[in-house]
Design a protein around this ligand. Structure first.
Ligand SMILES: Nc1nc2c(ncn2[C@@H]2O[C@H](COP(=O)(O)O)[C@@H](O)[C@H]2O)c(=O)[nH]1
Ligand SMILES: [Mn+2]
Length: 848
């Protein structure tokens, strides 16, 4: 198979004397600063004929209309033509070596010269991989897999793609997915991404393409990673409101000698004088500069500084998103920019030939004095007017015959369309992008590391944590402007972020959100564990926990939607109970687990306080709701058990319950009582309705705890954990749930443990991917066949959607979550419980 490759002849290349610097047209496009275009056939021009390469190739090889597949390229190059491009490069044909090419010096050399990236000291040089049942070793130096199968015997090396097809997984065409890391079974892509390693030939790639991830912190994190992993080779990279491009080593490399002198920089950084722009010290007016982001331009940037290119893909994506993302990024980099520059992308050069046009950012515009302000062949007026139309808040400053514009606001799509119509531009081809110099890159990186140092993710090998949720934790910390002192992500962490404990200087109502006081309570019952499943189902058939009975408070005694539930469980006879729990949990009666929150009251209080400043008022109502939610769980339990004509078990003769936060645990040692004295004293138990079932433990996992030192510990999907305290960790309606004996430490885990298994799939994904199948029919019939404890018990759920959203597969592996915390000594297993019957909702829709 043949490949298009370009030998770049710019002064940054080749990397080694005499070696050719080969790259794909797409890489070359990026290398020359045009990666926003993503259409190399349009952005590369024939150096002598002036047409774009798409046109040039089409004229010569009609087959290429369908794409530059290897065969037609080969045909093209058989003609012996060389295509010099504007970067003075030439196309060449390169033959990909055959499968066993360890000895193919050509390939190995090209690969190494161009792509070998210096590995960080502690980075592995190889990784053991699997594909289907084949094992191999992937070298991170040569990017070859040595296959250990019987026929290869560990002597045959091949490309990852070759290995993929050797293992019979060709159809996937995604070697990074089909090849797995042998150690943990995860895709090799996630293994590489986690270590910031970019395989050779990787095109500029959106690490993440959703606008919500273009948050400042996300951008900055990637910025830092790129710089770190380049070992000083990568000085710049591209940020884009729709995501971050990872840049392989070699691209965007700025040779040291090209940077300006210290004096030069200092002059550039001299603050602007009142009343106008400083006289340029080194103006290069009228200079024709067509190389956007070229070496010439970059050479103006200070050594060690990180160049940050922010692209706004107007026309291609929603420009609203782009503008929003851009503004976000600007805010994040506040004060770090010395200037911004706006200009149409190369794809619109051939329409306007505007060359370059400078747009300064606020008072930092003085930096522009050092930059070139070329003229446009079609008249600067056009461009200026166009910019003003698109960005009406662009202030155009005239300084002699040089013009500098200051952007203060970006405009939305309609303005862009109007401007494009006016100037008869196809707005789809019209992009504007901005770039600037990060003035204080060290500060910026310090900012980032200060965010990182405040975030701890308690993950483990066996438990999967969604990287987006991790980003959300970082963003939460970063957006709090230093008000968050520490954040701990627990193993059940998922998007929200949920499964996190956050210590802050003041209460942050947005963290617990609407469902203030949501929690789990475990009740003792006198329902025999051996009660027939039919009888359980018959009792539950009459149950309706969706509507209340209290005329003064319609929410009281109701369970609510989402994943709230009331569940009968039995103690797993196979799992030994801890010493503390043995006297507490009678092995022959069922237990009732209730998960619910503050219902409509929580959302009322949240709405009232979310934008306001009355934090003491919020905290007062917050605490009331935390108590209300605990009482509500007891009321739900009472209503549930009434259907069984079951009475509660007499309050245990064991250690009396104590008022520890909202957790009424019977088991706290004196040491843990001391630890718990940090928490609010909220007396819950004594306020329960007479006749309520005995609460073994009630744990709120969505609340704010006032700490003795005046800080506030937010638990958003996190359960309190003190030395010896009990906690509840439910899995799903068809997996085990756990009673944990905790050993929380402020330093390590902010005295918190996971509050559940945590979502693996979002609700939408669960609806999309999980089949209703048998679960739906079980729900329709309401009474399932004899309970198979490996699959869960009877489920009362009349909402088909909710049934899917809450399917066991939508949750992470509860065993992994528990074992991760046990390994970290955060808790021990007190008892393992198995579900018999779960009440979800009688409503046919999944809302609350
Ligand atoms: N035993 C059961 N556990 C369940 C069920 N549905 C969900 N879950 C688990 O509860 C937590 C609750 O999380 P939250 O963030 O909504 O408070 C969740 O992570 C699951 O692990 C069920 O029907 N039975
Ligand atoms: Mn909850």
């Amino acid at each position: 198979m043949s490949l298009f490759q370009i030998t770049c002849r710019c002064s940054d290349c080749p990397p080694e004397a005499g070696a050719a610097c080969w790259m794909s047209p797409a890489c070359f496009e990026a290398h020359s600063g045009a990666q926003v275009c993503h259409k190399w056939k349009l952005s590369l021009f024939h150096a002598t004929e002036g047409c774009n390469m798409g046109q040039w190739l089409r004229d010569r090889a009609p087959a290429l209309r369908k794409g530059s597949d290897g065969t037609s390229c080969k045909a093209l190059f058989e003609s012996g033509e060389k295509i010099p491009d504007e970067h003075n490069a030439s196309y060449r044909e390169m033959t990909r070596p055959s499968r066993n090419h360890t000895n193919s010096s050509n390939f190995a050399y090209e690969n190494q010269a161009l792509y070998e990236r210096p590995l960080l000291e502690n980075q592995p040089q190889e990784v053991h991989v699997m594909c289907r049942c084949f094992a191999g070793v992937l070298s991170l130096l040569t990017w070859q897999v040595t296959c250990s199968c019987e026929s290869c015997g560990g002597n045959v090396s091949m490309t990852p793609q070759g290995f993929e097809s050797h293992c019979g997984a060709t159809l996937s065409k995604k070697w990074k997915h089909s090849i797995k890391c042998a150690a943990d079974g995860r895709t090799i892509e996630s293994w590489l991404v986690a270590r910031g390693i970019t395989p050779p030939g990787t095109r500029m790639k959106h690490v993440d393409s959703s606008p919500s991830h273009a948050s400042p912190v996300h951008l900055l994190q990637n910025m830092k990673k790129s710089v770190e992993h380049s070992l000083g080779m990568v000085k710049s990279f591209q940020l884009c409101p729709r995501g971050v491009f990872q840049v392989p080593k070699g691209l965007w490399q700025i040779p040291q000698q090209k940077w300006p002198s210290k004096d030069h920089i200092e002059t550039a950084m001299t603050p602007r004088k009142e009343g106008g722009i400083q006289k340029p010290k080194n103006p290069k007016q009228g200079q024709d500069s067509t190389t956007v982001g070229s070496d010439k331009k970059r050479s103006k940037w200070k050594a060690g500084h990180v160049m940050c290119l922010i692209s706004s893909l107007f026309g291609r994506e929603s420009s609203q998103d782009a503008a929003r993302g851009l503004m976000q990024a600007l805010n994040a980099l506040d004060g770090s920019f010395t200037h911004l520059q706006a200009q149409p992308t190369p794809s619109s050069w051939n329409v306007l030939h505007p060359k370059q046009y400078k747009v300064g950012h606020g008072e930092l515009a003085e930096e522009l004095d050092l930059l070139e302000v070329p003229t446009s062949p079609r008249g600067p007026g056009n461009l200026e007017a166009k910019l003003s139309e698109i960005m009406p808040r662009v202030e155009v400053i005239h300084n002699g015959d040089r013009r500098v514009a200051v952007v203060s606001e970006l405009r939305a799509e309609d303005a862009i369309r109007a401007a494009c119509n006016k100037f008869r531009l196809n707005h789809k081809n019209f992009d504007i992008y901005f770039y600037g110099v990060v003035k204080q890159s060290d500060d910026l990186l310090e900012d980032c590391s200060s965010v990182w140092s405040r975030v701890e993710i308690l993950d483990g090998q066996d438990v999967w944590i969604d990287p987006e949720a991790v980003d959300q934790v970082h963003n939460t910390v970063s957006n709090a402007n230093g008000d968050i002192l520490k954040a701990v992500g627990l193993p059940d962490l998922h998007q929200g972020p949920t499964g996190v404990a956050i210590l802050a200087r003041h209460p942050m109502p947005k963290l617990p959100g609407c469902d203030i006081g949501c929690g789990m309570a475990l009740f003792l019952t006198n329902i025999p564990s051996s009660m027939s499943r039919d009888r359980v189902a018959r009792c539950m058939a009459r149950m309706d926990l969706d509507s209340g009975e209290d005329p003064h408070d319609p929410h009281f005694g109701t369970i609510g939607g989402g994943n709230h539930f009331a569940e009968l469980l039995i103690i797993d006879p196979q799992t030994p109970m801890s010493e503390e729990l043995q006297p507490l949990l009678p092995p022959d009666t069922a237990l009732l687990l209730v998960h619910s929150g503050s219902r409509g009251h929580g959302s009322r209080v949240y709405q009232k306080h979310v934008g306001g400043h009355d934090l003491p008022g919020y905290m007062t109502e917050h605490k009331e709701l935390v108590v209300w939610a605990a009482k509500n769980r007891a009321e739900i339990a009472r209503r549930f058990l009434t259907q069984f004509s079951a009475t509660y078990i007499e309050p245990s003769p064991l250690v009396p319950n104590m008022d520890v936060g909202v957790a009424t645990t019977a088991l706290l040692s004196s040491q843990s009582q001391e630890a718990c004295s940090h928490s609010d004293k909220v007396i819950v138990k004594n306020e329960f309705k007479p006749g309520a079932p005995e609460t073994l433990v009630d744990i709120a996992h969505n609340w704010i705890q006032e700490m003795p030192d005046g800080t506030y510990l937010h638990r958003k999907g996190a359960a309190p954990s003190f030395k010896g305290s009990l906690s509840l960790l439910p899995g799903s309606r068809a997996t085990a749930s756990y009673v944990l004996v905790c050993d929380g430490e402020m330093e390590r885990d902010l005295c918190s443990v996971a509050h559940g298994a945590g979502r693996r799939l979002s609700r939408a994904d669960a609806r999309k991917h999980l089949q209703a199948g048998s679960t739906a029919s079980a729900a329709r019939d309401r009474v399932s066949a004899p309970v198979d404890l490996t699959r869960g018990g009877t489920v009362i759920c009349e909402s088909k959607e909710l049934l899917l959203e809450e399917a066991p597969h939508a949750y992470k592996d509860v065993e992994a979550v528990v074992s991760c915390m046990v390994k970290r000594s955060m808790c021990r297993v007190g008892a393992r419980l198995l579900p018999i019957a779960t009440y979800k909702t009688r409503r046919t829709t999944s809302g609350s």
